[in-house]
Design a protein around this ligand. Structure first.
Ligand code: HEM
Length: 121
């Protein structure tokens, strides 16, 4: 009987020991990105970042700092950098093609890492 109690106690302790750190880590990584990116940006502030080496852009009401991405853009730097400091929503939606071509889901998934905040109304 005593032996069974010892085994039960040991199992409970090991369970608590393994469970806590895992839960803490999951919570830390899933809450961080959202809480650090919510900020309101005016169009005037975006307009001040209008260079290839300092490129903010409005896309669908959100403001992105695309400076690190300009040179990596698969469509070339010139197609995207003309919108630095401006609203690039239409360019992003159509790729500026005569017969509009939307960007892929892969392109959409790149955007959040460059988010500065929401455009002010
Ligand atoms: C805002 C103005 C932009 C314009 C006019 C533009 C235009 C283009 C063009 C012409 C291509 C060449 C490929 C093709 O002909 O299909 C392209 C590809 C691509 N662009 Fe852009 N782009 C813009 C912004 C962006 C942004 C902000 C991102 C992501 C952060 C992005 C990500 C990509 C990716 C990943 C591709 C490869 C094809 C795809 O996945 O759709 N582009 N873009």
């Amino acid at each position: 009987m005593a032996a069974i109690s010892v085994i039960l106690a040991a199992t409970t302790l090991v369970g608590v020991g393994c469970g806590n750190p895992t839960q803490t880590n999951i919570n830390a990584t899933s809450t961080q990105p959202e809480s650090t990116t919510t900020r309101t940006v005016t169009a005037a502030e975006v307009a001040a970042h209008n260079a290839m080496n300092d490129c903010w852009m409005i896309i669908d009401g959100k403001v992105y700092d695309l400076t690190p991405f300009i040179s990596m853009h698969p469509g070339g730097p010139a197609t995207i950098s003309q919108y630095c400091g401006k609203d690039g929503s239409a360019g992003y939606a159509t790729k500026d093609k005569p017969n509009p071509q939307p960007h892929s889901a892969r392109a959409d998934a790149l955007l959040p890492q460059y988010l500065v905040g929401n455009l002010a109304n």
